[in-house]
Design a protein around this ligand. Structure first.
Ligand code: ATP
Ligand code: MG
Length: 278
């Protein structure tokens, strides 16, 4: 049995039921790293939010998401929150999304352990400082006593990665985890993420529009275009022998190891005329 099995997942919004995810299927084995690539607005975050049970109320969800043998679409909020942050966690693109601006980051991390583990306050504080130290945050004690706005973007993202991994999750969803950072910090945070995921042998769904990043940390790739998963395979297979015109376009435009930040991803119409595809 796979760790995660998403079957025919469709998501639509609002009264008109505008469908933004269309019969998406994907699975993840324990420890596997799957890059999830697609242009802006193609449905990447919607899929991640559906898995995390974080879609807004006006979202209409059809299909199935089975994680560790449990159907997630049927769970109540209370049951879901016991899974979230423990077996399943997420690193958001913008770390402020995951942090409470009114609370010191050490306390936020401690609450996360307290929520999911039986730990005394003293031991919790020690564990928080240990894990901050491990993600390369110098002066872990001082960082723990800082509010999110007192930290740099790179420090905040390290805190969020530490928090996402501190309960040894079976799976971490990373939604463009380094996009908001400058290139040097991005490279450091990426290799940290790589090590930390390997350290707890967590599976990872790594969302990005950046093929270069995906090829650095993922073994497999799925490509989404306009709400549909159009291609799936090993990273080497997808990059060397893309089957779908959209993927071929991505690979042709962006060399695997050097995608310029800010490059516009091609749209499918750049490569072929959809009216001719039957
Ligand atoms: N709460 C919502 N209500 C209505 N439409 C939504 C909502 N959230 C997302 N959408 C729509 O769903 C589509 C997919 O959005 P999504 O956020 O998944 O894109 P994305 O692939 O993550 O893009 P980006 O790379 O820019 O983050 C978009 O057309 C978006 O407008
Ligand atoms: Mg997104």
């Amino acid at each position: 049995m796979s760790l995660l099995d998403v079957k025919d997942l469709s998501v639509s919004f609002g009264r008109h039921r505008t469908r933004v995810l269309d019969h998406a299927c994907l699975s993840l084995e324990p420890g596997q790293r799957l890059g999830f690539v697609g242009a802006s607005g193609s449905g990447k975050t919607v899929l991640a939010s559906a898995i995390m049970g974080l879609l807004p109320e006006n979202a209409h969800v059809e299909g199935s998401i089975v994680f560790q043998g449990q159907e997630l679409t049927a769970l109540t909020d209370r049951v879901f929150s016991a899974i979230r942050g423990r077996n399943l966690s997420m690193v958001f693109q913008e770390p402020m999304t995951a942090l409470d601006p009114t609370m010191k980051v050490g306390r936020q991390a401690a609450e996360l352990i307290g929520l999911h583990r039986e730990t005394s306050t003293m031991a919790t504080r020690q564990r928080v400082e240990q894990i901050f130290d491990r993600v390369g945050l110098d002066h872990a004690s001082r960082i723990a006593d800082a509010y999110p706005h007192e930290l740099s973007g790179g420090q905040r993202q390290r805190v969020v990665i530490a928090m996402a991994l501190m309960n040894n999750p079976a799976m971490v969803i990373c939604d463009e985890p380094t996009t908001a950072l400058d290139a040097t910090v991005q490279a450091k945070v990426l290799s940290l993420l790589d090590e930390e995921l390997a350290g707890v042998n967590a599976a990872c769904l790594f969302i990005s529009h950046d093929l270069g990043l995906v090829s650095r940390i993922c073994t497999d790739v799925a490509v989404i275009h306009a709400g549909k998963i159009v291609e799936r395979g090993s990273a080497a297979q997808v990059f060397m022998n893309p089957q779908h015109p959209y993927t071929a376009g991505l690979v042709a435009t962006a060399s695997i190891d050097a995608v310029e930040p800010g490059t516009r991803l091609p749209v499918i119409e750049d490569f072929f005329d959809p009216r001719q595809e039957q």
